[in-house]
Design a protein around this ligand. Structure first.
Ligand code: NAP
Length: 246
C-alpha cells in the first residue's frame, strides 16, 4: 500500500467464503476499508474482525430480503459515511434440468442473484450518484454467456447481471461511476462442489491455462476495474476463465 493512497470504502456481498472472501482479502491487503455480509458467520470473518477491527465490518444479512439489504448498507454508511466500490458477489446455484426445477429453487436463485443484487445496487448507486463517483462490479459467470446444461435458471440470472451492467453503465456514466461485470470460469469453491471430479477434470483439460481458477485470479481483475485510474473502462463483461471460452 502506497503511503498517499486514501483508503476506499469497499462493499463486497457474500464475502464470508469462496470468491467473495478472496475479494475481501485482496482489498484489505491493499489497505482499504471493507464491509461484507452473508447469512452466517465463518472463521474467515472472525479472523478479519480481530485482525482489522477498524477496517472491517460484517453484518449478517439475507440479501434476498430487501430489509436486510437496507440494514447492511445503513450499517456501512453509519460507520464510514460512503461507498466507493460495490462488488455484487453473493450468488447461489441450483443444479437440475429446468423441467424438474421446483418453485422454491427458482425463487432462491432469482431472489438472490437478481433481486438481491438490485436491492443492494439501488441503495448504493443512489449514494454514488450524490457523490458523483464510484465503481460497481457485478460477478456474473461464463455460463451467462455460453450456458451450461443443468444450470438454466442460474445462467439466466447471470446473463441478467450482464444486462444490468450495460444499462447501469449508461445510466451512471455521466456521473463518474463505472459499472462492469467479471465473468469467471470455474473456481474451486463450495459452489463448484455440485460438479463431480470427472466434470472438473474435463473442464481443466479444456482450459488453455490448464487449471481451475483461484479467487485471487478474479480479485485482481476486480481491483483493476475499480481502480479510479481506469475510469474509461465501463459497461464491459470481462471474462476470466483461463481461456476456456476463447
Ligand atoms: P460460495 O462459495 O457458495 O459463496 C457464496 C457466498 O454468498 C457466501 O458468502 C454465502 O454465505 C453468500 N450468500 C449465499 N446466499 C446468500 C444470501 N441469501 N444473502 C447473503 N449472502 C448469501 O460461492 P462462490 O463460488 O464463492 O461464488 C461467488 C460468486 O461467484 C457467485 O455470484 C457465483 O455465481 C460466482 N461464480 C462462481 C463460480 C464458481 O465456479 N464457483 C464461477 C463463476 C461465477 P451464506 O451462505 O452464509 O449466506
Amino acid at each position: 500500500m502506497s503511503a498517499e493512497k486514501e483508503p476506499r470504502v469497499v462493499v463486497v456481498t457474500g464475502g464470508s467464503r469462496g470468491l467473495g472472501a478472496g475479494i475481501v482479502e485482496a482489498f484489505l491487503a491493499d489497505g482499504d476499508r471493507v464491509a461484507t455480509c452473508s447469512r452466517s458467520i465463518t472463521p474467515a470473518v472472525e479472523a478479519w474482525q480481530s485482525a482489522a477491527p477498524d477496517r472491517f465490518l460484517f453484518e449478517p444479512a439475507d440479501l434476498a430480503r430487501p430489509e436486510d439489504a437496507k440494514r447492511f448498507i445503513d450499517a456501512v454508511i453509519e460507520r464510514w459515511g460512503r461507498v466507493d466500490v460495490l462488488v455484487n458477489n453473493a450468488g447461489v446455484a441450483r443444479d437440475g434440468i429446468l423441467g424438474m426445477t421446483s418453485d422454491e429453487d427458482l425463487d432462491t436463485v432469482i431472489d438472490l442473484n437478481i433481486k438481491g443484487t438490485l436491492y443492494v445496487t439501488r441503495l448504493v448507486s443512489r449514494r454514488m450518484l450524490a457523490r458523483r463517483s464510484g465503481s460497481i462490479v457485478n460477478i456474473s459467470s461464463i455460463v451467462g454467456l455460453s450456458g451450461y446444461r443443468g444450470l438454466s435458471v442460474y445462467s439466466a440470472t447471470k446473463a441478467a447481471l450482464d444486462g444490468l451492467t450495460r444499462a447501469l453503465a449508461r445510466e451512471l456514466g455521466s456521473r463518474g461511476i463505472t459499472v462492469n461485470s467479471v465473468a469467471p470460469g470455474y473456481l474451486r469453491t463450495e459452489m463448484s462442489h455440485g460438479l463431480d471430479e470427472d466434470q472438473l477434470q474435463q473442464i481443466v483439460r479444456r482450459t488453455p491455462a490448464g487449471r481451475l481458477g483461484d479467487p485471487a485470479d478474479i480479485a485482481r481483475v476486480v481491483q483493476f476495474l475499480t481502480d479510479p485510474v481506469n475510469s474509461y473502462l465501463t459497461g464491459q463483461v470481462i471474462v476470466v476463465d483461463g481461456g476456456l471460452t476463447a
